[in-house]
Design a protein around this ligand. Structure first.
Ligand SMILES: Cc1ncc(COP(=O)(O)O)c(C=O)c1O
Length: 404
């Protein structure tokens, strides 16, 4: 069966053409409608075409597709069982490992998606503080896109009006842009007395603002007795093993890790200091899910953490990231590509379309896909990308955009 066959089926039987909005291919036939397999840093579509991939499943792949040591750990656990009616030893072991590598983590619990783990932290913060209002920065998952101007998808703002969210809910959530202290001071004046939490995902293009912004947020939340929650779903296991809280040296009260924690297996972690994690003990704010301690994902996470602790994964991601995003920036400059490139020295590198050049931007995206590179408005490098893969991807990109 071909890409076209699946493209038609997806668009017929699934609203938005995929269960994950950002996975829907809007640029077929250049863009692969489906991916049938992946190995390392390369994936193949239904037509058998190979791509050097920088989307990494939208983030969960950090070591590489089909990564044998993680596969072996999953297979071994599969022989023992997927899920039980009591916790498996893995639940205890991975929680302990999390407390050893994440600065804020004295305790940890597990869920399946990043969005629900963010929701758990928000509920916990409300329980501990007795307060209602929440300030959000960045995208924190679909079920937390509650402020009228919140991010409803990464990089896409919601609209006021019809959002599927009752006004009563929405009135408790307030979106703030990254590093906008004036806006936060204003929100603090309005809602500080009843503020439960500030939950923040970094702006990946201006991440180093965190050097001053995170200490400010720490003081701001302390001032109002609110929880500081870091959404480390993109930054965790990439910027540093302990996330941005380790990299920038500011410890939040709670944090969420998901995407890279189990190299693609569905696992999210919410963790924090004992004071705040008490919210999830008996008599607290109930957060519970049948699948929280599912063992295949925990086996994968245990192996992933072990690999990160014994091999220089983070160093490799930074080196390959700098090579890739630095290369893209050089090509963008040389050929006047219609993009504003963000930071180019790290594992994540994102760009946005230059204003007024949408048509040329789409033409560029189609050309790069046709040349066999899947970017994610930039994207992620993984541990399987080697220098030769990056150089080949850059060659393909340069060849594709030369004659835009
Ligand atoms: C920063 C951030 N927070 C939360 C989420 C939501 O995670 P999930 O899609 O696993 O619910 C995402 C997903 O893209 C994310 O990038």
């Amino acid at each position: 069966m071909t890409n076209q066959y699946y493209d038609e089926m997806l668009n017929t039987y699934i609203p938005w053409g995929s269960s994950t909005c950002s996975k829907h291919a809007g640029l077929t036939p250049e863009e692969p409608a489906v991916i049938v397999s992946g190995k390392g840093c390369r994936v193949k579509d239904a037509d058998g075409k190979e791509y050097i991939d920088f989307k990494n499943g939208l983030g969960p792949i950090s070591l590489g597709y089909n990564y044998e040591p993680v596969n072996a750990a999953i297979r071994e656990q599969l022989d023992n069982g997927i899920i039980f009616s009591y916790p498996s030893p893995l639940e205890a072991e991975v929680a302990k490992a999390i407390t050893e590598i994440i600065p804020c983590a004295e305790q940890a619990r597990f869920l399946k998606t990043g969005g629900e783990a963010c929701a758990a932290c928000i509920k916990g913060a409300r329980f501990i503080t007795g307060h209602d209002h929440v300030i959000q920065c960045g995208y924190n998952g679909w079920l937390n896109s509650l402020a009228s101007d919140a991010m409803v998808l990464p990089g896409r703002k919601g609209t006021s009006g019809k959002t599927g969210i009752p006004m009563e809910f929405a009135s408790l959530y307030h979106a703030t842009p990254w590093n906008n202290i004036e806006k936060l001071e204003e929100l603090g004046k309005q809602y500080g007395d009843n503020l439960a939490a500030v939950i923040i995902a970094a702006d990946y293009n201006r991440m180093d603002d965190a050097r001053t912004f995170y200490p400010y947020l720490r003081e701001f939340t302390n001032r109002y007795g609110a929880a500081l929650i870091f959404d480390e779903i993109v930054t965790g296991f990439r910027i540093a093993l302990g996330g941005v809280q380790e990299h920038y040296g500011v410890t939040p009260d709670m944090a969420v890790f998901a995407k890279a924690v189990a190299n693609g297996m569905p696992l999210s972690v919410y963790c924090g200091t004992a004071k705040w994690m008490k919210a999830f003990a008996p008599g607290g704010a109930v957060v519970s899910s049948t699948y929280g301690g599912e063992t295949l994902s925990l086996a994968a996470a245990k192996k992933v953490i072990e690999i990160y602790r014994t091999e220089d994964v983070i160093g490799h991601l930074w080196r390959m990231g700098a090579r890739m995003w630095g290369g893209v920036a050089r090509i963008a400059k040389e050929y006047d590509l219609p993009i504003n490139m963000g930071m180019t020295d790290r594992p994540v590198g994102f760009y946005s379309p230059r204003a007024g050049e949408r048509e040329r931007y789409v033409k560029m995206e189609r050309a790069i896909l046709k040349a066999g590179v899947t970017l994610y408005h930039g994207g992620y490098v993984n541990y399987s990308h080697q220098e030769a893969d990056i150089d080949e991807a850059l060659e393909r990109i340069e060849g594709a955009v030369k004659n835009l």
